[in-house]
Design a protein. Sequence first.
Length: 254
Amino acid sequence: MGLFKKKTKKNIISKPGLGFILLANKLIDHEKLNQDLKSLYNLEVMNYEKDEDTVSFKLGEYTIMYTVFNFKIPNDEVSFASQTNYINREAIEVAKSHNAHVALYVKGGVQGLALQMMWLKVVICFFEQGTPIGLYSTPTVYTLPEINEFKEIIAHDEIPVRAFVYLGLLKEKDLVSAYTLGLDKFNKLELEIIKSSHSLEEVFDFIMNCCYYIVKEDVTLHDGETIGGDENEKNKISITKGEFVQGDCFKINY
C-alpha cells in the first residue's frame, strides 16, 4: 500500500473488547446467539454458564461475558455519545429510544485485531436477534445499518476499521482538523491532523486509510518518519501532546 516510509512490528498488549448493545426491550434469546455464532462464523460455544442475567462462555481461547440490564444506560451518557455520529444521524433517536442494554466484554486469546474482530462478531450475532437497535462503543453510537455494513465488510474478508476507531472531524473556516479515538485498543498512539487545507473528504479518507494500514499490518510509527498514499507523498509525523486527544499522539503534517 505504500503508506509508510518504514514499519516495525511488535507484540502488543491491547484492550479487551468492550461495548454496550442497545435494546428496544430486554428479550435476548441466548440459544439463538449460540446458534448464530456457529452458523455465521463457525464459532463453537464452550464452557457455557448462566447466572440470572449474566452469561459467560468460551470461543476458542477467548472468554465472552455479557449481562442484560432491563433499563437505559443512565445519565444521558448514550445521548451525548450519539451526537458524535455524523455519518448516520439516526443514532440520536436510537439513543433516546433504547429501553434496555447488554454490557459485552471479550478478553483473552490473541490480542489486538484478532480480539477486536472476535468482539465485533459477537456483537453482530446479537443483532441477528432483532431486538438490538444500536451499539454504544466509546465515544459514539452505531446504528443498525452501520452494524450491517460491518457484517458485509467481514463477509468479504476485509476489516471494518470504523467499528474500532472513531474519526473526529472539525472545520474552522476553510481549514480541517481530525483526530482518532480507538487506536489505543491496539496499543497505538492516536493520530491528529491540525488545520489542514485539504477538504473534509480528503482528510477523512487519508486518516482512515492510515488507520486501516496501522490496524491491519500492526504498524508502529516513529517520531520523524513520513507517511503518505504513495512513495512520492511524504507527510512528516511527530509525537506531540494531543490537542483533541489525551496524552501523546502522532501529529501528521497533511
